[in-house]
Write a protein that binds this ligand. Structure first.
Ligand SMILES: *Cc1c(COP(=O)(O)O)cnc(C)c1O
Length: 379
């Protein structure tokens, strides 16, 4: 009997809504199809009547939403004859690129910032056999280098400036619409390079049959002004809300930030590559950008873990930290349906998680009475 898995990944599922030929050799790991989880205790604690969901993208094969874009980018690169891919990365892009390159049997070069990469992500890139170059500089410096290198060498860039990345990532919006049978009123995301917020807007716009938006057409770069994937599945699109970390918030400062700093290393980016698209998304959707302190981000991360059983990495919690604040203030009104993207898994960054342990870990003697006493004290 041939092996016929039920779900093989987002390219196979959305073949007719992606720029890919029917006979392409698909490089997939079963990415996409992530759960949309309704939060219960957090809305109750906020005391507001909202339908609040998280789309848990940490459950993708390498633990972040990057896999949605990478299955497309690497499938296309291999189809076009690439023997090597390259990216700059705060961590998750390199983990994902390395995994798909391994599957394809091609080389993968990753430029990561010196010392500011979460342990889980580095371990993945190494295990998947990537050539890891740690640069004495930050993500933005790495991005500039990658662009220059790819001009002079046969290397395909798989950062989100590769338009196939956004095409793969738009499918998250498709899945949300399938589950809710409508678009949410608000969609909240953490914003680094701003590729993902752009990709979601492309996805929602296609589902709403919108084809004319000039900026979007440029972001898609495939349909020449007439989106061939437009369908009228839903009537309305959500307001798109992008949250950044205060120390790394170029969209709030109105321009690039030279020395971005935040505990949420996945969004430690000062010079977003999708700047123009993200501004267009905000305008077209009637949404906004806002910023959160590291303390607010970590508090939301803990709350998701200890109130809802969902463990995401710090950058991901930025979406929920922002949504909680805007729900509390009424900027997101009662009666709204809100989706927050949780971009990556909590196990990516064990150091930041365990640094928050406080008095959660208590050492006791391996003795019945001692353990019993410790339990009774906390019961
Ligand atoms: C890449 C990444 C982001 C930022 O996404 P952009 O498309 O760069 O805005 C946010 N969170 C996590 C966990 C990521 O890996």
């Amino acid at each position: 009997m041939p092996f016929r898995p039920r779900y093989t990944g987002l390219i196979a599922k959305y073949l007719d809504r992606l720029p890919i030929s029917d006979d392409a050799r698909i490089l997939g790991l079963g990415e996409g199809n992530t759960p949309l989880i309704q939060l219960t205790r957090i809305p109750a604690e906020l005391g507001r009547d909202v339908d609040l969901y998280v789309k848990f993208e940490g459950l993708n094969p390498t633990g972040s939403f990057k896999d949605r874009g990478m299955t497309m980018a690497v499938t296309k690169a291999v189809e076009q004859g690439a023997k090597a891919i390259i990216c700059a990365s705060t961590g998750n892009t390199s983990a994902s690129a390395a995994a798909y390159a391994a599957r394809a049997g091609i080389s993968c070069f990753v430029l990561i910032p010196d010392g500011k990469i979460a342990m889980g992500k580095l371990a993945q890139a190494i295990m998947h056999g990537a050539q890891v170059l740690q640069i004495r500089g930050n993500f933005d410096a790495g991005m500039r280098l990658v662009k220059e290198l790819a001009e002079h060498a046969p290397l395909t860039i798989v950062n989100s400036i590769n338009p196939y990345r956004l095409q793969g990532q738009k499918t998250a919006a498709f899945e949300i619409i399938e589950e809710l049978e409508r678009a949410p009123d608000y969609h909240c995301l953490p914003v680094g390079n701003a590729g993902n917020i752009t990709a979601h807007w492309i996805g929602y716009s296609e589902c709403a049959g919108r084809t004319g938006d000039e900026q979007l057409t440029a972001a898609c770069a495939f349909c020449g002004g007439q989106c061939r994937y437009a369908s009228a599945l839903v009537e309305r699109r959500p307001r798109m809300v992008g949250y950044q970390a205060s120390g790394s918030a170029p969209f709030l400062r109105g321009g690039p930030v030279a020395e971005p700093e935040t505990v949420a290393t996945a969004i430690r980016i000062g010079d977003p590559q999708s700047w123009d698209y993200a501004q267009a998304v905000r305008e077209e959707s009637g949404g906004w950008f806002d910023e959160l302190s590291d303390e607010e981000i970590l508090q939301a991360q803990r709350m998701l873990a200890d109130h809802e059983g969902v463990f995401c990495e710090p950058a991901s919690a930025t979406s929920v930290a922002g949504a909680m604040r805007d729900i509390r203030s009424g900027r997101i009104p009662e009666g709204s349906t809100v989706v927050c993207t949780l971009t990556g898994h909590g196990l990516k960054d064990p150091d930041v998680a365990s640094a928050q342990a406080g008095d959660a870990v208590q050492t006791v003697d391996a003795d019945y009475q001692a353990v019993r006493e410790a339990i009774l004290k906390r019961l």
